[in-house]
Structures are given as structure tokens and as C-alpha cells.
Write a protein that binds this ligand. Structure first.
Ligand code: NAP
Length: 377
């Protein structure tokens, strides 16, 4: 069944942070039906887990490759999360990653080469597509959204619909998993002091490569100093996210990012060593305050998956660490520590984000919640 329009439940309009949103009472709302593309993958599994008790969304369709098509989810999926597979999805039959699917929107977690064709086909068929892949992230008419930072970029949706000839469907993307952890810390610094330059060295978990991902023989007792395409993404996505939507165009934020990305033998959580050059002088106390006090529209709207604190600052000399800090705020926060003046640029810090939660599934879900609040689903 194709997407249905409208939404039941009591609703009103409110203006928050300059954006008119429709506020829906969650309890009385009919849940929107979600189709998950790439449902059997590491990110798809996280999406399923995060949607298990969601008040606004329910999983009604699952899709994966032709290796899985026609099989039940429990049979086809190599479930990797340390929680039981939700009963509701076990018997669902996996469909192909092509419309129609029995849902009102799709959350897509496909390899980017497959996503190019599949995501555009769903958008053209009238479905809102919320994507984790890099396929359309940098297209000028496709919003690349972190709800705390640039919710106004959703105003590109009508532009995209017009340019691509879509009727009701559209595509909205979330960033690369290393980028999103980084930009959640950069945004408050950019707002408060302006950013001139960023240097980042990442130590990225093996789950970032999907399943089965990196061969064990390559990563045990080792560090891989190369992740294909990753440095280019981290060096270009932040400027689009922190850029300004003027008319129908996003003007990139005017700072440069230099990235070196490494794969390390950690299961979940990307750690990043960051140095920043600021446009205005700031004391260490001001830097800490800017990070700690950072809030955005998801916190104002109290979106269901929104972390109370999108940036958590730790003051112990040996934090953050992947095992101890990746699950902060249910995996939806960037945890920052080791904030200090730098001898070459202005400040240095270390941060971590959970790559499959805030770095993928949780980012997509928060975008879906924001789109629903804006009456775009
Ligand atoms: P994954 O574990 O390898 O899962 C890939 C999924 O895509 C599986 O469901 C697979 O189905 C399906 N698939 C593969 N080839 C397909 C094809 N030709 N047609 C249809 N479906 C196909 O990968 P992942 O880690 O979940 O990543 C999914 C996407 O999210 C990628 O674009 C990735 O870059 C992005 N992402 C990942 C992370 C992360 O931390 N892992 C973070 C941010 C973004 P079968 O089981 O049937 O093969």
C-alpha cells in the first residue's frame, strides 16, 4: 500500500526557533508506517531496535538484497545486537528495495551504489525517504540535516520536489558517522566564536564498515590507516551542514577541514582527536560553556529520540573512551573531553559518537521525528 496522507490525533501549531511546527499529541496519534531498506544490515537492525516501542512510528515493511528477498526476517537476518530481535518483525517477509512497499515513509540503510537507484525510485513513487547512505548527501537540492544544527535546511524539500518532478516524495539525508559526531561539537563553537579551521584524526570502530565488514585478520592487533572515501566525506559534509540556506541554495560555511581516518579494533564508537582555529578569542571556560549549553530544536520540541544533552562534556583526564562513553544519552550524544589550548591552532579536544546510533539509525529517526513535527510526513 502506498503512502497515505494526513495524520489523525489532536494537533496545533507552534512557532519554535522561528520554525512553525505542528505539535501532535503522541498518545492520540496514528503511528506512521515505516519501511526499512537494508533491514538486515547493522544499521537496519539498529533502526528496528529503536522503533520497537516508538509512539509515532511502527515497522510495517522490511527490504534487503535479492539474497534475502522472500525470506522471513528471522531467517535472513544475522542479528548482531545484544538485545532480542523484536517479535513483531521476526515473521515479516523481506521485500525488494523497490516501490511499492506497505508504508508511509522509508528509512534507507543501503550501500550507496544501490541507494542511488533505490532511494530516487521511492521518492519518485511518493515516499519520504530518510537516508543513511552517502548517495545524495552532497546533492545541492538534498537536505543534509542534523536537527539540532540545521533544521531549516528542510526548506529545500519543495525545491527538490520541483527540480526532480516529485509529487509527494522527497529525500532527506543524515551525515557520515564520523561527521555527525564531529559537527555536534563544531556547531556550538562555530555559533559562539566562528570556526576558521578544523583538523581531525579519527579512530573508527569496526561496525562502521557494516557486516561482516573488515576482515578479522586485517584488524586484530592492528590499525588500518585508510577507510575508502571517508576523509573526503569528513572534509566536505560539515561545511554543508553548518552552511546557510539562502533562497534555494546552501552556502557552505567558510572553514576548512583536514581529516585523517583510521580503523581501529573497537566494536562501536568513533573516537576523534580534533584541533580547531577560532575566529574570535575564547577562554577555556567559554569553550566548555558553549559545548555544554548547546541545545537545538529537538530538545525544545522534546522529540522522542532527542538526547537531553546533544553534547556531553567530561572533565576526567582520560575520557572520553569508546567503552565508557559511546552509550551516553542512549548513544545519541557526542561526548567531548580533554579540552585544552593548542600550541599550533587554538583548542584541542577528544570526542566520541556511537556510529550506528547517533551516527546512523538514531540520526535518521530524529530526522523522521522532525519531519513529522513539521507535518512533512
Ligand atoms: P551492512 O551491515 O553491510 O548492511 C547492508 C544492507 O544493505 C543489508 O540489509 C543488505 O541486505 C542490503 N544490501 C546490500 N546490497 C544490496 C543490494 N544490491 N540491493 C538491496 N539491498 C542490498 O551495512 P550497514 O553498516 O548497515 O550500512 C548501511 C548504509 O549505512 C551504508 O550506506 C553505510 O555507509 C551507511 N552508514 C553506516 C554506518 C555504520 O556505522 N555501520 C554509519 C553511518 C552510515 P542483505 O542482508 O540481503 O545482503
Amino acid at each position: 500500500m502506498p503512502p497515505r496522507s494526513g495524520c489523525s490525533g489532536r494537533a496545533g501549531r507552534r512557532r519554535i526557533s522561528g520554525i512553525v511546527v505542528r505539535v501532535v499529541e503522541m498518545k492520540t496519534q496514528t503511528r506512521k508506517r515505516v519501511g526499512i531498506l537494508g533491514a538486515t544490515g547493522l544499521v537496519g537492525q539498529r533502526v528496528i531496535h529503536m522503533l520497537r516501542d516508538h509512539p509515532q512510528f511502527e515497522v510495517t515493511a522490511l527490504a534487503a538484497s535479492d539474497r534475502s528477498e522472500g525470506r522471513t526476517f528471522v531467517d535472513a537476518c544475522n542479528w548482531k545486537l545484544p538485545f532480542d530481535m523484536p517479535e513483531a518483525v521476526k515473521g515479516m517477509i523481506l521485500g525488494p528495495c523497490a516501490p511499492p512497499l506497505d508504508c508511509d515513509l522509508v528509512i534507507a540503510s543501503l550501500p550507496s551504489d544501490k541507494a542511488v537507484e533505490s532511494e530516487a525510485a521511492f521518492a519518485a513513487a511518493g515516499y519520504p525517504v530518510i537516508s543513511n547512505s552517502s548517495a545524495y548527501r552532497m546533492h545541492p537540492d538534498v537536505p543534509l540535516v542534523v536537527p539540532e544544527i540545521n533544521p531549516d535546511h528542510l526548506d529545500l524539500i519543495p525545491v527538490q520536489k520541483r527540480l526532480r518532478g516529485y509529487d509527494r516524495g522527497y529525500m532527506v539525508t543524515n551525515p557520515n558517522c564520523t561527521t555527525i559526531a564531529l559537527v555536534l561539537a563544531l556547531a556550538p563553537l562555530d555559533r559562539a566564536f566562528g570556526l576558521e579551521a578544523v583538523m581531525v584524526t579519527s579512530m573508527q570502530a569496526v561496525t562502521g564498515a557494516g557486516y561482516p565488514g573488515v576482515a578479522s585478520i586485517d584488524i586484530i592487533d592492528n590499525v588500518m590507516p585508510y577507510i575508502g572515501g571517508e576523509e573526503e566525506k569528513v572534509e566536505t559534509e560539515p561545511q554543508k551542514i553548518l552552511g546557510r540556506l539562502t533562497g534555494e541554495v546552501i552556502e557552505d560555511a567558510p572553514f576548512k577541514v583536514s581529516a585523517q581516518c583510521n580503523r581501529v579494533p573497537v566494536q562501536d564508537g568513533h573516537l576523534e582527536s580534533v584541533r580547531v582555529k577560532l575566529r574570535r578569542a575564547a577562554s577555556p571556560e567559554e569553550v566548555v560553556d558553549a559545548l555544554q549549553s548547546f541545545r537545538g530544536l529537538p530538545q525544545e520540541l522534546r522529540l522522542y529520540s532527542a538526547p537531553e544533552r546533544p553534547v556531553v562534556v567530561r572533565f576526567e583526564k582520560d575520557r572520553p573512551q569508546p567503552r565508557l562513553d559511546r552509550d551516553a544519552e542512549n548513544g545519541m550524544a557526542t561526548v567531548v573531553g580533554r579540552i585544552a589550548r593548542d600550541t599550533v591552532l587554538d583548542y584541542k579536544l577528544t570526542l566520541i559518537g556511537h556510529n550506528t546510533i547517533r551516527g546512523a539509525a538514531g540520526a535518521a529517526l530524529l530526522n523522521a521525528e522532525l519531519l513529522l513535527a513539521r507535518n512533512l510526513i
